[in-house]
Structures are given as structure tokens and as C-alpha cells.
Design a protein around this ligand. Structure first.
Ligand code: C5P
Length: 220
């Protein structure tokens, strides 16, 4: 990528998992490390963009030149993302948002008993779908798909359903792809049906590829 080619562009990135509380000591989460989203935020800032990163809990170093908003739950991410959506030219939603949250959060630690115990779950809002509804012609919306099966088919459905410009799909079953890995193996699928299979590469390199494509679509 060229130097500072994203100067003047405003880019909103989400990264990491969300943490959905059960009680004061327990929560539901997933294996997302945040590495993909942090790589996108870091590269976008290095290329001159103004970047806001809305981050779930991760152990990663804060990228330089990026404004970070820390959140825990999907509902907190939803509010933070909607607050900044109109500002953004490009939105890259790499966060692994929990689809469900415990319906009731106990104020006190839940005591164990002799019997089995179940937790009722409530559907979280689909942030990306809401953005798709609000998207203006001069905004580019990028989603991720972490799948274990029917990758292309599911990605194409998601592009339509969530009104995305393109989607970055990765196969969680492949070695060197997905959670916590420094590399990823992705397929980029756009709304016109163009499919690009990327070889295994560093998440930072894939980040540049994603930004290149978003920039081209923004300028179209
Ligand atoms: O439908 P699925 O969860 O596989 O779609 C993944 C994409 O949707 C990711 O870009 C993720 O950040 C986004 N998403 C979201 N809100 C949710 C669930 C997923 O924004 N509640």
C-alpha cells in the first residue's frame, strides 16, 4: 500500500469478543483475540486515516494514532458503533459479537445446588444488520464471517441480508486461520459476486488488502 493514501478518510473498526455477564463473577464470551481488527485499525492509521476502534476485552497493545473506545457487552458495542456510524466513511466490523446474552444478570454470585442449572439467553441486536439499514451511498460497510461450513454460501447470504459491500470470510477449521492466530486464510466476497481467495498471510497484510478494497469501493 502507498503512503498516507487514506488521508482524510474516517474509518470505524470493531474488534475482539464481547463479554456477556451472568453474575458478578461469570460471563459468556468467545475465542476472538481481536488481532484482525487491531491490525486493520493500526494499518488504517499508518496510512493516514482517522480511526476509531471500538474494542471488546483483549490483551493487545493499543495501536498508535487510534482512538479506542472500550466496551464489554454487545449492547455497549451497539451504542458505541451507532454513535459513530454517521461520522464514518468506511466501517469494518471484525468483532465477534455474542449473538445471545443471559436474560437475567444476578446481582449476587449464583450459588451452586445439587441439580442441573440452565441459563436463559436473549438475542443480542445484530449491529451490522442495523448499519446495513442505515448505510448511505457514500459509506462502505465490511463484514466478517467466521464459519466452519458452507463458507461461500453463507457469506453471500450475509452480504444481502446485512447490505454489505463485501465480506471477509475465514474458515475456522483451517490451520493458520481464525482465532488468536497471527495469520489468516480468507476469502473476500463482494456484493457483485466477485470472489478472491487469499493465501495464508499475516493478519497485518490481510488488513492492508481489506483497506485497499474498501478504498476502491469508496471512490467508485
Ligand atoms: O451473522 P454473523 O454473526 O456470522 O455475521 C458476522 C458479522 O456480523 C461480523 O462482521 C460481526 O461483527 C457482525 N455481527 C454484529 N452483531 C451481531 C453479530 C454479528 O455486528 N450481533
Amino acid at each position: 500500500a502507498m503512503n498516507k493514501d487514506l488521508e482524510g478518510k474516517k474509518i470505524l473498526v470493531t474488534a475482539g469478543p464481547t463479554k456477556e455477564p451472568i453474575d458478578p463473577v461469570r460471563y459468556i464470551t468467545n475465542h476472538s483475540s481481536g488481532k484482525m481488527g487491531y491490525a486493520v485499525a493500526e494499518k488504517a492509521a499508518a496510512r493516514g486515516a482517522q480511526v476509531i476502534l471500538i474494542s471488546g476485552p483483549t490483551n493487545l497493545k493499543k495501536p498508535i494514532g487510534v482512538k479506542i473506545i472500550d466496551i464489554n457487552t454487545a449492547n455497549e458495542m451497539y451504542k458505541a458503533v451507532l454513535d459513530h456510524f454517521e461520522w464514518a466513511d468506511i466501517v469494518i466490523k471484525s468483532a465477534a459479537v455474542a449473538d445471545y446474552r443471559p436474560s437475567f444478570v444476578s446481582d449476587n454470585k449464583i450459588k451452586k445446588g445439587d441439580n442441573d442449572f440452565s441459563i436463559q439467553l436473549t438475542r443480542n441486536p445484530d449491529i451490522l444488520m442495523e448499519l446495513g439499514k442505515r448505510k448511505k451511498n457514500n459509506q462502505v460497510l465490511v463484514g466478517f464471517a467466521a464459519e466452519t461450513q458452507n463458507i461461500l454460501e453463507n457469506a453471500k447470504k450475509k452480504i444481502e441480508k446485512k447490505n454489505l459491500d463485501f465480506i471477509v470470510a475465514n474458515d475456522l477449521m483451517k490451520k493458520g486461520a481464525g482465532f488468536n492466530s497471527d495469520t489468516n486464510i480468507a476469502t473476500i466476497i463482494d456484493k457483485d459476486g466477485y470472489i478472491e481467495h487469499c493465501e495464508k498471510m499475516e493478519k497485518k497484510e490481510l488488513a492492508d488488502k481489506i483497506l485497499d478494497k474498501a478504498k476502491i469501493l469508496l471512490e467508485e
